[in-house]
Design a protein around this ligand. Structure first.
Ligand code: CP3
Length: 329
């Protein structure tokens, strides 16, 4: 491509009137379990926004619900696991994912999409720490105290859990690749809760294993987390061809720290609640930090439900305008 690509995390979702209308009829899990529906939702923002990538419509907790664990995606709350998984006995409920048997509907949606799409399809999985956080905390958490307690007090049990997750995530991504996704993103959204030392000790080996499996399959991996300013070097070393960066870390500074690594991000999703000139100025400033080189334009986290749909169009427009001005196209 002769200009920086642009797409959005959560580019399909509640900010769209047609998504909200569909959700009146179906739960998120019902959409995900019907390949025609999830493929349709995946395609909407590609048509509406002219983005350069489609992200498969699903959720990071979808495979967990097929690994022996009951997960409920509660509106306005997030994933809830009841009872949570905290003891040796609890861990016996969890088994390694067999993607073709356990999540055939996800793979079928990919089959449908690769036939239809003219832009790359992005597959994804939750990162091991982030999935462990939902399993052990039982739901969203700010402090991750149950997970950290397990990590610090019962390291062997924690490592058995992470082994099962890493193996499942690797198999899940490989199955998506086998069905034709063009690149994959690992959403380890909550690793920013750890110090660099603890990241290296408790997460790095599992992420490395997943990244090595994806690299062997020859497909690019985007490695993403939130609030990870102090972890960027360690995350880059753990794996991924592209590192997702949030707005707390200026891209120019990330570039200085990471050398040639391709960067993805990093507009604050809240910027899209501002007026058009403000949004466009922020997009220009972002592109000036990287010169548009080695840069996939995105937000630093997912699109907020309050976002006016035109704001996303303005971002795409401004990326195209930057490319014209700088003689890229
Ligand atoms: O990006 C995309 O467009 C693809 C679809 C996608 C969803 N979730 C759909 C979804 C992706 C990639 C995810 C990833 C995901 N899910 C993450 C990692 C990225 C991140 O946000 O950090 C996490 C932590 C989750 C867990 C989760 N699922 C949360 C915290 C929520 C929000 C709860 C709420 O209602 O506010 C969900 C629900 C969810 N997953 C929605 C969507 C579009 C919300 C809308 C709905 O319930 O229909």
């Amino acid at each position: 491509m002769d200009r920086p690509p642009v797409w959005f995390m959560r580019q399909a979702g509640r900010y769209q009137a047609r998504y909200r209308a569909l959700r009146e009829k179906y739960t998120l899990m019902e959409i995900v379990r019907q390949p025609e529906l999830s493929a349709m939702v995946t395609l909407w923002p590609v048509e509406e926004l002219g983005v350069d990538g489609a992200i498969l419509f699903s959720d990071i907790v979808v495979p967990l619900s097929s690994m022996g664990i009951g997960v409920d995606l509660r509106e306005g709350v997030g994933p809830v696991v009841d009872p949570p998984l905290r003891t040796e006995g609890d861990l016996k409920r969890l088994r390694v994912l067999q993607p073709e048997e356990d999540v055939p509907y996800v793979l079928r949606a990919i089959d449908l999409l690769v036939k239809e799409l003219e832009v790359p399809l992005i597959g994804f999985a939750g990162g091991p720490f982030t999935l462990a956080s939902y399993l052990v905390e039982g739901g969203p958490s700010r402090s991750f105290l149950h997970l950290k307690t397990l990590m610090y007090r019962e390291e062997a049990l924690y490592r058995r859990l992470m082994d099962i997750l890493a193996e499942s995530i690797a198999r899940y991504l490989l199955a998506q690749i086998h069905h034709g996704v063009h690149l994959v993103q690992l959403f380890d959204s909550w690793v920013g809760a750890l110090s660099p030392e603890d990241y290296r000790r408790y997460v790095f080996p599992y992420t490395r294993k997943i990244a090595d499996a994806v690299a062997a399959a020859g497909v690019p991996l985007i490695h993403f987390g939130v609030g990870t300013s102090s972890l960027l070097e360690a995350m880059a070393e753990a794996g991924g061809d592209v590192l997702g960066i949030d707005w707390r870390e200026p891209l120019g500074r990330a570039r200085g720290r990471l050398g040639s690594k391709v960067l993805q991000g990093n507009l604050d999703p809240a910027v899209l609640l501002a007026e058009k000139p403000f949004i466009q100025a922020r997009v220009r400033a972002l592109l000036e930090e990287t010169g548009g080189k080695g840069h996939i334009v995105n937000l630093g986290h997912g699109v907020l439900p309050q976002t006016p749909p035109q704001a996303l169009l303005w971002v795409v427009e401004e990326v195209h305008r930057f490319a014209e001005r700088t003689g890229w196209v």
